[in-house]
Design a protein around this ligand. Sequence first.
Ligand code: ADP
Length: 476
Amino acid sequence: MKDNFIGGEWRTGIASRRNINPSDLDDVVGEYAQADAGQACSAIEAAREAQRTWRNDGIQARANALDCIGSELLARQSELGTLLSREEGKTLVEGSAEVARAGQIFKFFAGEVVRTGGERLPSVRPQVDVEITREPVGVVGIITPWNFPVAIPAWKIAPALAYGNSVVFKPADLVPGSAWALAEIIARSGIPRGVFNLVMGRGSVVGNAIVTSPEIDAVSFTGSVDTGRELLLQGARQFKRMQLEMGGKNPLVVLDDADLEVAIECAIQGAYYSTGQRCTASSRFIVQKGIYARFVSRLGEALAGLHVGHALDPLTEIGPVVDAAQMDQDLAYIKIGKSEGAELAYGGAPVSRSTRGYFLAPALFTDATPKMRIAREEIFGPIACAIPVDSYEEALAVANDSEFGLSSGICTTSLKHATHFKRHVRSGMTMVNVPTAGVDYHVPFGGTKASSHGPREQGTYAVDFFTTVKTAYTKA
Ligand code: ADP
């Protein structure tokens, strides 16, 4: 049994949860403690108590701790990547790359700790100086989803600790293994008791206790739009600082002048890798009519060549869907797409393998229209639709016709269209001739419209959420 980490101690939960491998339902990854609201409150109290000294502790101690966490993640990349792939279902290559990324994020913020600066300005009043400094926000609640079980916790926890906050971390129920392994590393990094706490458990219980506690100053959340909206409303009642990363319906525009192989690579990588279970996944291919037939036929061939299977099989390119509920949702959207009149050109049916798992053949709908539900709603599976358009202008209009605005992409050899697209597409991240999913760890991540709320995550911009600014006036 893997326990929760509260106030510097490993504590048994009030119940436990079995972690099942989606590639092999007979494989139990482990048993993990489930906290209740009372234990969540103990964690919050411990974090509050620890905050009194941690916020003023030497920055070298913080830098050392983050560096040590980053080093251990990198050293154990293969072992932790295997655990991640086993519990979440992304391939070994993807799982171990994610662990490396988490390590790099901790290393990045280890450096940022000692770079946090302020400003000193002359006052408009004589003999007065003005200093602007950054202080920790306080106690931060971190609530994460299942699709990046190590990287998303890392990109929230690392800056939270770097800037002197204490943390109460609630991972997604489906992936406690990676979260627990990360917590165990953090627990040995030399940070004081109570600065970091892990409380595994239900969103409606533990997550809710975090969001409604008056002792939590800020919440950083990644998950669904509906939960994010609810959390934002709850947080607003207490004027909490809120950072939300939610869904996407990311467009990949392919113009007639695109390099076809580049477009296919972007489509396969962006829409289907990680089983399409990424908020930055391309799910709408918006394709100009001159290249449409070639794009669709070449993409169908490429999909047929992809190996769907057990995440730990080195030959696998597309792992299983994460659980039964997600599989049901994916299959429901396959039905919806057909009933709306789109053509299911490839995939979309469960496939059987030697183990019992949630394997789904990656699906491509063709002749979709922008008004169809499969072109508007986030599916979160290996399913994308191709929408034919006449011109670049129409492609841009369709790309922007979405409640979401996380990532976007264009495949073109035209500098004019690439430049115009970067300026006018309404998304927080945009890609030219590279997939919509797959981002660097040292630059901002986030979107517009219903995709994100609050300051950007990652890179140097993370400081804006995890610190508060103080302006001090001094007369000598
Ligand atoms: P997903 O579809 O990715 O599971 P959710 O929004 O349901 O997205 O979950 C994202 C995270 O939010 C998970 O850690 C989940 O447990 C948590 N969560 C779900 N409901 C609530 C809630 N009412 N209050 C706080 N956290 C919640």
